[in-house]
Design a protein around this ligand. Sequence first.
Ligand SMILES: [Zn+2]
Ligand SMILES: [Zn+2]
Length: 755
Amino acid sequence: MPGETGKLIEVALPVPLFQTFTYALDPESERVPVAGSRVVVPLRTGKEIGICLRPADGQPPRKVRRVIDVPDEEPVLNERMLGLCRWMADYYVVPLGVVMRSVLPALLTGVTQPQPSRKTRRVVRIRQDLPTLTQRDKAFTRARQQRTLFELLESLGGASTIDHLLEQLAFSPSVLKGLEKRGLIEVVNEEVDRDPFAARIQKVAPSHVPTPRQRAAIDRLTSANAGEVFLLHGVTGSGKTLVYIELLRKVVQRDGRTAIVLVPEIALTPQTVDRFRAVFGDSIAVLHSALSDGERYDAWLALKRGEKRIAVGARSAVFAPVENLGAIVVDEEHETSYKQGETPRYHAREVAIVRAREEGAVVVLGSATPSLESWVNAEAGRYGLLSLPERVGGGKLPAVEIVDLRARGEQLPPGALQPASPTAVLRERLDTAITQTLSRGEQTILLLNRRGYSAFVQCIDCGNVVVCPNCSITLTHHQAPERLLCHYCGHHEPLDPKCRRCGGRSMRQRGLGTQQVERILCDRFPNARIARMDVDTTSGKWAHAEILDRVESGEVDILLGTQMIAKGLDFPNVTLVGVVDADVGINLPDFRASERCFQLLSQVAGRAGRGEKGGVVLIQTRVPMHHAVVCAVTHDYERFVRAEVTGRENPPYPPLIRLLNIVFSATREKLTADAAIAAGEWIRGLIAAQKLSDVTVVGPAPCPIERIKTRWRWHVLIKSSHAGDIGRLGRYFAERFKAPAGVRVTLDRDPVALL
Ligand SMILES: [Zn+2]
Ligand SMILES: [Zn+2]
């Protein structure tokens, strides 16, 4: 009889099955797990870490295996966190054990083992600057690779780890040796800080007096009811952070409760984090992506024990194990990085609202360009709306001008692998503005949301475009080192001057990337100090903060970058923002493409004129009448929303309805298509049988990106205005539809993109 082996418990395990498991407790064991305790249990031939849910009831299975270990004295998840996990499992249609694994730090789930942190690293540093172009040309006459490496180091802030240069960027050691021998660079051993973010100099918090608008928002938030949600719509530079800080002062310092602050990405928002640290000092735990698993666990423990009272971090900080939660701030709530790209595909903003309601905390969603979802909720009265329509200190929003790229300028030259000419890339208006800004000793930010040298390479004889062998994506041309690279799977290959289809020698670069703009800027403004910030220059853990610190201290004249540079930066000496090509991404086959474009343009425009000198924004575009561009120019958020919501009425898209995207993928195309078609029929049958008249099915059809990492992709899109119907249908499908072997099925509820 199973009863003789001891009491039975129900356990959630991180396996892809919609069920829980029954195990028996060892009657000899001293430690008895409660709900939320970790348990080590046998699973098939191995062991797995699970979470005890409750004493098992009902008929126990015939063969019950025994719990091997109960590692902790205290449960790792309290009742409320268990409730939150159940909600996530239910809403996002994910097995409970899989949700729990993503909520806990990796060290507790057995995913990773603690690793000793490396104490030193080998770093390459520039020893001698070559400020003029003449010096540079002379120094590198016959050493092109050396020049490339040297200039790359400059764009990285003058230093990089040797691993990054040799392994990720594939430079040859001989190029490095050459530069070292000539005394231009040096290789040194550098101490690695355990947590360099903790060592950042804490600036004294300036004691701002809130403006009447800020005061009103603060008063409303500090007198809010438990579980209330607010949308704080404040233009760029309107002082949203001060409002957050005053709310936290009340919640944490006066009421003795705890708080969570979510930011899109810690590395990109060092200034925001610094401001919180300046006020709350040691009571903050900063959960950033560069923490080792051990450090992350330390921070988790400090929050759980109440030694730290405020958790600041990206998406997963919403699971910070704080007790007595009083407030959750979601800064830049429109950012898509709040949505997790893998199972469980949760949205941290939605999880924050559910958690806060459960725990009686106040939620503030802050943005200059709120997501349409949040805006519609605020308009309907489900969220309180707080507005900061003016910049603090009497600052004005910058004047924004359009530079029409369709107007006659120099066209791209024909011929083999010719780079774009400077005047085709920086039109006269922008070129002049940069020159003037440099001459005044002020700073420029230039945005181009595409990394690499050129977007793709095409044969002008036969039209052939070089695509990735694993994905249906064009390869991006990169320099330093020169190669064609897939941004989805990392495949790279050398640049072939000959067309592989027709054998012709007329391969041409198409579309600009940040590397090419950097090259053009270096040639055009040889005395300017230029920094480039994109995925390729920021692979080092602290590269973002290092580049931004150099901009702040005035060591950079022109900061060029992808969308990374559009976020909460606040540099008073930046008086010019230029958008090199606003149209990147505006025509993506995704219903949010315009919204993203508007948000990006508005955000980057907001970097200009933060100080007394004011500022100007120049947007180069081929679609000056597009509503995303027009509304960004006029800083008219509400007009954008009206136009955009109208555009999502027919066919209907969120926020007017809810979506569930079911993606099928497999390495064989026919298998993928057949599975998606079978699923589509299955779902239509279910809808008819259940009389779900409000649910519609779109597809099956191939995904806009048909193939990623050698897997073909099809999808079925479910639409409904009833969240409950979508949830029930999703669960019924996930639990009962049997996909053929080899087909992966992923359910993405409230997707942020359909690519
Ligand atoms: Zn060809
Ligand atoms: Zn690829």
